[in-house]
Write a protein that binds this ligand. Structure first.
Ligand SMILES: Cc1cc2nc3c(=O)[nH]c(=O)nc-3n(C[C@H](O)[C@H](O)[C@H](O)COP(=O)(O)OP(=O)(O)OC[C@H]3O[C@@H](n4cnc5c(N)ncnc54)[C@H](O)[C@@H]3O)c2cc1C
Length: 452
């Protein structure tokens, strides 16, 4: 069975790799650009290891670790210091409390906000089909907790707008906890009790990467695919042929396959399917991908003059700042900066400030430095500065996203042998992409080979 996988990001590479281990499949990956990895993109510049995309994954989900082991690459866990996370509030950094006691002592929230949060167990559970993250946060936790705790989470993961993001699609677990326990505080108490009793308590998720950065995993997948990845193969459209599918490429050539997996971003899948499946194409094309810039700054450790022994900080929207957050990369993972230097990385832009992401590099660096000076008291000048713009960064799972999943399932059921996957659908995280890729390969084996 000839399968072409369109898109050589982690989603496409994982499906292709898993299929290549099954007898009966002859798999090829078509990647439009000159490199594989997609949003996994590690670059070493002037001794600094810059992650222009994915920074890491949580080790509480097993699939990425299992794939890493099968590929013989060794994960590295983040340093303990990176458990310290900060939120910028009132122009100052406040440590994100890790326990109820620390929360009560913390200056992050005022007394009224804390009192409102304490009322959470008495708030009736929601009954809406779909609800924005902001509506959910204000309803359950109160305005201040929403603005200082939930809003930065939406920036940190999605670079999104919580007024638009769907709770169910973005944070399914939180929705399930509310529905099961009627309250998040009650849910936390019940889960803690359960875990204390349990001998094999689930390990807490630790941010994980690789010594050479996240590209180690996509490079290893590429190598394992052993010549079955074609670069600079930009697919423009997908057509039906008597025996399967024809892929029309931007260079005018056509490639034929018995089955096709579209693992390109949803807006590209929409273009490819505009003739073959206009309904699916419309749904996929409706997913917004706001721009996001990543700005890497290197400093001499001796003169940085700020405490960087932490994960970094997030900035709530109400602060009116021009950065979404800052990661202290060299305090999170080893091998990120030259000896005696530190590497910081800022996220800029996203759904609520797309224009800032698109500033010229010099202006972008100055903007980030100005915010850093104002928030942290930084005085030093960087010895290294570089930025990377994702014109279309992270797919937004806005309210109504479940309709996109229905459209995907309908499109797949209309066209046997056509599959659509990637971070636009059932989870944006690398763990989600890997898990979806493995699950899809299993489904393809069952649907396409069984009975043959
Ligand atoms: C700045 C940033 C930081 C992130 N940080 C994290 C993080 O720390 N942790 C985490 O879990 N997740 C993170 N993510 C989420 C990340 O996007 C996903 O985890 C994952 O990398 C997405 O993989 P993908 O293969 O689905 O899509 P992509 O990586 O977008 O891959 C799609 C591929 O398809 C190719 N393509 C496009 N059009 C065509 C075409 N017409 N023909 C052929 N090929 C085509 C593209 O060139 C690309 O290689 C981050 C995302 C961004 C943007």
């Amino acid at each position: 069975m000839r399968v072409i996988v369109v898109g050589g990001g982690v989603s496409g590479l994982t499906v292709a790799w898993a299929l290549s281990r099954e007898p009966g499949f002859d798999v090829t990956v078509f990647e439009a650009s000159g490199r594989t990895g997609g949003k996994v993109h590690t670059e070493r510049v002037e001794g600094y290891l810059c992650e222009w995309g994915v920074n890491g994954f949580l080790d509480k989900e097993p699939k990425t670790l299992e794939v890493s082991e099968a590929l013989s690459i060794s994960p590295v866990r983040s340093f303990d210091a990176s458990r310290k996370r900060y939120i910028c509030s009132g122009g100052r950094l406040h440590r994100l409390p890790e326990s109820p006691g620390a929360f009560l002592r913390s200056g992050l929230m005022g007394i009224t906000g804390k009192a409102r949060l304490a009322m959470e167990p008495f708030i009736a559970k929601g009954d809406l089909e779909d609800e924005s993250l902001a509506d959910f946060g204000r309803r359950r936790l109160g305005r201040e907790a929403f603005e200082k705790l939930i809003d930065p989470m939406a920036s940190g993961i999605y670079a999104g707008d919580p007024e638009k993001l769907s709770l169910k699609s973005c944070f399914k677990r939180i929705d399930e906890l509310e529905q099961t326990y009627g309250s998040l505080i009650k849910a936390m108490a019940a889960l803690m009790k359960e875990r204390k009793k349990s001998v094999s308590a689930a390990p807490k998720g630790t941010l994980t990467s690789f010594r050479g950065g996240m590209s180690e995993i996509t490079d290893a997948l590429y190598n394992a695919l052993d010549g079955h990845v074609r670069l600079s193969k930009d697919v423009s459209s997908v057509e039906r042929t008597p025996s399967g599918y024809g892929l029309c490429l931007a260079d005018g050539s056509v490639a034929e396959a018995d089955a096709v997996v579209l693992a390109a971003p949803a807006y590209r899948a929409a273009e490819m399917l505009s003739e073959l499946d206009p309904e699916g194409a419309k749904a996929f094309g409706s997913i917004p991908y706001p721009p996001l810039s990543v700005v890497a700054l290197g400093f001499r450790a001796d003169d940085i003059g700020m405490d960087v022994d932490a994960f970094g900080f997030l900035v709530p929207f109400r602060e009116g700042r021009k950065i979404l957050g800052m990661l202290y990369d060299s305090s999170v993972f080893p091998n990120r900066a030259p000896e005696g230097s530190v590497l910081l990385r800022a996220m800029v832009g996203g759904a609520r400030a797309p224009e800032v992401a698109e500033l010229e590099e010099d202006a972008l660096v100055e903007t980030v430095l100005a915010e850093l000076r104002s928030i942290t008291g930084l005085k030093a000048e960087p010895e290294f500065a570089k930025s990377f713009l994702h014109k279309k960064a992270i797919p937004q799972y806005n309210v109504g996203h479940s309709g996109v999943i229905e459209a995907l399932e309908a499109a797949e059921s209309r066209h046997k042998g056509l599959y659509v996957t990637g971070n636009a659908f059932r989870g944006v995280s690398l763990n989600d992409c890997v898990a979806s890729g493995l699950a899809l390969a299993g489904r393809m084996r069952d649907e396409l080979l069984d009975g043959k």
